[in-house]
Design a protein around this ligand. Structure first.
Ligand code: ACO
Length: 431
């Protein structure tokens, strides 16, 4: 608890209420308003939660003004350069970087739990061939609560750990099954001798008719994208997982809720929307027209991949992905080079534009990630699924932190009611 107090005056009684502040290890203090309703009979109003810290967390820190992102205190730039997705997953889940032995054990556990119950594969046949993969993945992950109910005593730390490792290990397999179903190809079973990203590429792109060789640049790029997308503190989908999980709901259902929230174009669905937008713009000479549309108050169009609720400076993940784009396109993506050139030109024009400068709208992580996914050969509809695979680690880490907190309570916001006041029911003949 910090020494600073906020003073709130009740305009009707003139009475002062002291509101204590709390300090984290870094970042702005928070005003503790928990007692305000009981003392003053008022709620606070913050739609979109832009000024609200919904919980205490030790996992990820963002300074949006400085463009800083840290997982458990480690800057994202260092993790992107030095670490691997599996090591980052361990760090996010357990709070510390693993020793060599801990990493081997964790890696081995994830590798050996990649298969899904065979019956789950049959669920995909219930979906039409053109079902969006996010719809399939959300549905099938939700169904895990019906398959793996042996270890969902959420108060048991061992059960929580089994759940965490199980979902991290199996989500790529579910994603690949969704892809193969859309593509009309036979499912490729996981290979436990491969890395997390390598196995994913194998399950997506190998077919029984011919050998498939994993491209190292693709594997490396995917691992980097997964590190960068692994967590982002209390974003929309993570808050959804926490809220759903706070009722004590089955953890697989809470993750399915997170996947559904991620799908929206204002959140993880943006990577898909960026690609569609770039394709629609089509050529450099049409950029000005689209920038003008984005600035027009009467036009709902927004430049997808621009802007962020928290980053009011460059998204540090975007800087790292931008560099990776060059590497991937040089090796794999000749076809997509014009699209990347278009993206770079759009970025250049928007960054010089007074509207984007004044509103602090910079490219976010999803401005570039779709270009890499496309160069890897993934269809646009799979982009958000790739995001979901990586973010599963963050969701699970936050869910675990929340459930392990002995003071945890069900999430239950209040509202400012503006509907009709009490009125009497009228029979239909009198309306
Ligand atoms: N293009 C044009 N104008 C924009 C854009 C954009 N991409 N983003 C925000 N603005 C404008 C808004 O019109 C608003 O203008 P006003 O103040 O004149 O009304 C102002 O900037 C602030 O925008 P808000 O929507 O209030 O900002 P908020 O923090 O609620 O939204 C969001 C952030 C959703 C990311 C928004 O910038 C957006 O829609 N961006 C495009 C979608 C996108 O890229 N989403 C991915 C986010 S990253 C992620 O989830 C991984």
């Amino acid at each position: 608890m910090s020494q600073k107090n906020f003073r709130l005056q009740n305009p009707e009684t003139g009475k002062d209420q002291e509101l204590p502040t709390m300090s984290g290890s870094v970042g702005p203090d928070v005003v503790d308003i928990r007692g305000i309703y009981a003392a003053e009979g008022v709620f606070t109003f913050d739609p979109g939660f832009a000024s609200t810290a919904s919980c205490e967390s030790k996992i990820t820190y963002i300074d949006g003004g400085q463009g800083i992102l840290m997982y458990r205190g480690y800057p994202i730039e260092q993790l992107a350069k030095e670490s691997s997705f599996i090591e980052v997953a361990y760090l996010l889940l357990y709070g510390e970087l693993p020793s060599g032995e801990q990493l081997d054990t964790f890696d081995q556990s994830i590798r050996t739990h990649t298969m899904i119950n065979e019956t789950m594969l049959r669920l995909f046949n219930g979906f039409h061939y053109d079902a969006h993969p996010m719809a399939m993945v959300a549905g099938v992950v939700g169904s895990m609560s019906a398959f793996y109910h042996d270890t969902t005593d959420i108060q048991n730390p061992r059960h929580r750990d089994i759940f965490a490792q199980r979902i991290i290990a199996k989500i790529p397999t579910i994603a690949a099954a969704a892809y193969k179903h859309s593509a009309g190809q036979p499912f490729s079973y996981p290979r436990n001798d491969l890395s997390y990203a390598g196995n994913l590429l194998h399950m997506f792109f190998s077919v029984p008719a011919e050998p498939y060789e994993i491209d190292e640049v693709a594997e490396e790029a995917l691992d980097l994208l997964f590190i960068l997308h692994a967590d982002h503190e209390q974003n929309c989908s993570t808050s959804t997982v926490r809220l759903a999980g706070s009722s004590g709901a089955n953890p697989y259902s809470a993750i399915a809720a997170g996947i559904a929230a991620l799908w929206g174009p204002a959140h993880g669905g943006a990577n898909e929307a960026v690609l569609r937008m770039l394709t629609e713009i089509g050529s450099v000479d049409r950029i000005e027209q689209y920038v003008a549309k984005a600035k027009d108050k009467d036009d709902p169009f927004r430049l997808m991949g621009f802007g962020h609720r928290v980053y009011k400076n460059f998204d540090p993940r975007a800087t790292l992905i931008r560099e990776a784009c060059h590497k991937v396109l040089a090796k794999l993506g000749r076809v997509d080079t014009p699209l990347f050139d278009l993206a770079l030109r759009l970025e250049e024009i928007a960054l010089k534009d007074e509207y984007f400068i004044e509103k602090k709208l910079y490219p976010n992580v999803d401005f570039y990630s779709g270009i890499i996914y496309r160069a890897l050969g993934l269809p646009t509809s799979m982009f958000t699924v790739m995001f979901a695979i990586a973010r599963t680690v963050g969701w699970v880490s936050h869910w675990t932190e929340m459930i392990a907190d002995k003071d945890g309570r069900i999430g239950r916001p209040r509202q400012l009611y503006t509907g009709p006041v009490k009125r009497d029911y009228q029979p239909i003949t009198k309306r």
